[in-house]
Design a protein around this ligand. Sequence first.
Ligand SMILES: Cc1cc2nc3c(=O)[nH]c(=O)nc-3n(C[C@H](O)[C@H](O)[C@H](O)COP(=O)(O)OP(=O)(O)OC[C@H]3O[C@@H](n4cnc5c(N)ncnc54)[C@H](O)[C@@H]3O)c2cc1C
Length: 447
Amino acid sequence: MTKSLVELGDSLSGDVLTPSDREYERARLCFNLLIDRRPAAIARCVNAEEVAAALAFGQAHGLEIAVRGGGHNPAGHCAVDDGLVVDLSRMRNVAVDPAARLATSEGGATWLDFDAATQAHGLVTPGGVVGSTGVTGLTLGGGIGHLTAQYGLTCDNVVAAELVTSGGSLVSTSDDEDPELLWALRGGGGNFGVVTRLRFRLHPLERVIGGRLEYAGDGVRDALRAFRDVDARAGSDLSCQAQLTLDEAMVPKLVVVPCYTGPDADPEELRALRTARGLAGDGVRPQTFLDQQRVFDPGYGVDRNYWKSHFVRELPDELIDALLDRLTALGRPPGAILIESLRGAPKDVDPTTAALGYRDAAFNISAMASWLDPALDEQHVAWARETAAAIEPWAISGGYANYMQADEPLERVRAAFGPEAFDRLRALKGRYDPGNVLRRNQNIPPL
Ligand SMILES: Cc1cc2nc3c(=O)[nH]c(=O)nc-3n(C[C@H](O)[C@H](O)[C@H](O)COP(=O)(O)OP(=O)(O)OC[C@H]3O[C@@H](n4cnc5c(N)ncnc54)[C@H](O)[C@@H]3O)c2cc1C
């Protein structure tokens, strides 16, 4: 096998890393340090032909295959012990056609790459809120961010894709060419092939009113209610997310991150948030979209993570109280609870255009345990599971595939699509990847 890996390396313009290479230790790491896997090799491809060669090599040598874009998936699907990682981190070009308002990104581009390229022309597509996240991985699971209310889920803005199937064929899809595959890529993850290109619709936008509002102590409950009420009455020019945490002194903190793109210099919704009880810090101001994209940036690969989310139909006072109770339940800062609004444009999109099935939800609420000490693994994982259980009475439509760990049961993956769409996805999986070679993902078993 060592000899064959050398041959694979020689055949690629990219490179093949093995444990003896200096860059291997860094290249095998995921965002989530809870995942600690040692692949036999990491093939850093530079084009679709090399992706096909790597896929063929892995199968010929009986290696389990993982696909890596930005390396952010909390389940660590991008890494596999003793297997082959098809790594797209060298395929990050983003080509913009400003006249047609389209951008084509390669399979390993990050949001930092994408936003830099599109903002150079004053254009955007709604993406993720952290620059180092992979564009393709995020899009294939849906995509929620600072412009969801304005322009929909990220996958709603995909107009075409090119992928390499596990059998080595290069396949294209658009509204005119195999539209069933495009439907599947809008939520169905990396099940159908290695995506080498995605084409997105762009929208003109350069400046927003956004930033962070921080609330602390006793006012947090009222502030979270204000967030919910403002979100309910806002128009499609305001996206809003909220994050609950605890500081070291066990005092609850709430961060609300609005992103307003309408014509008003001082919109009523933002005034209501900025005057809510508990306000401890106001960083909201007119700023560039690129500055808004930096509001949440965390470090990469610094902590251990276990996330579990539920889409909910509403955020009543009882659920707010349950979330605040769960925040202190561990007896030390547990990580965060993230609340992402799905109001606005996702509801206006024809639901039959995408496989995903959670458009009716009001919010995605995620228990995001994060910690540093491996000795605390069990406690933090239990906290996330129990917190998700406390949210479950209000849940609809399963969980968000992009935040799922690897231990989610098939039933919850199925519920994220609904039974009919899930069967359609299984049939397509049978067509494009009948041997389930691409199974290190929120897997859709082939029919
Ligand atoms: C810090 C952080 C911030 C995040 N922010 C957001 C956010 O704002 N909004 C949101 O919706 N989600 C967000 N996510 C979740 C994120 O969308 C998912 O974890 C997504 O899977 C990450 O994609 P990736 O390429 O970075 O990850 P990877 O771990 O590299 O890939 C994850 C999986 O995606 C598939 N995949 C990736 N690239 C390809 C490809 N080219 N072809 C085929 N399959 C591919 C594969 O199945 C792969 O196993 C965030 C995650 C983190 C850790």
